[in-house]
Design a protein around this ligand. Sequence first.
Ligand code: SF4
Ligand code: SF4
Length: 141
Amino acid sequence: MFSERILMQFPRELVNEPLLSIVTKEFDIVFNIISARITENEEGQLKVELRGKRPNVLAAVDYIKKKGVSIRSLSKFVTVDRKLCTDCGACVVQCPTGALYYEEDLSVGFDAAKCIACELCRLACPYSAIVVAHADEVTHV
Ligand code: SF4
Ligand code: SF4
């Protein structure tokens, strides 16, 4: 069973939306709430673990994001090693969320806020320029 720990940040207008209940039914997954809090500006912050078949968990994350919730993976962090990257674009076509994209000058950009750590880019990169670290390996985040 695939498991993904994420930090969900709900804008004020979505705090009362039962999104987790919806995705558990829609995508046949289960969730475990790690922590929950309301920030000073009344936004909701929820740390959860989602479990289920990998495509279902990823689809659920995508669904929640499309509803306007900001999501960050707590399990893995993806970065692009600019010293190794040749801007070949092989990762861009694989990225399901638009986290990897072309800049105006056709160099490859990376938006960590959109990344769901699916690692398709790592598999596609011929230069090993995609670095995936697990949360307990990352000390600066
Ligand atoms: S890990 Fe997945 S979502 Fe993140 S940049 Fe790579 S392909 Fe895109
Ligand atoms: S596939 Fe690798 S080398 Fe090519 S643009 Fe993506 S990160 Fe850079």
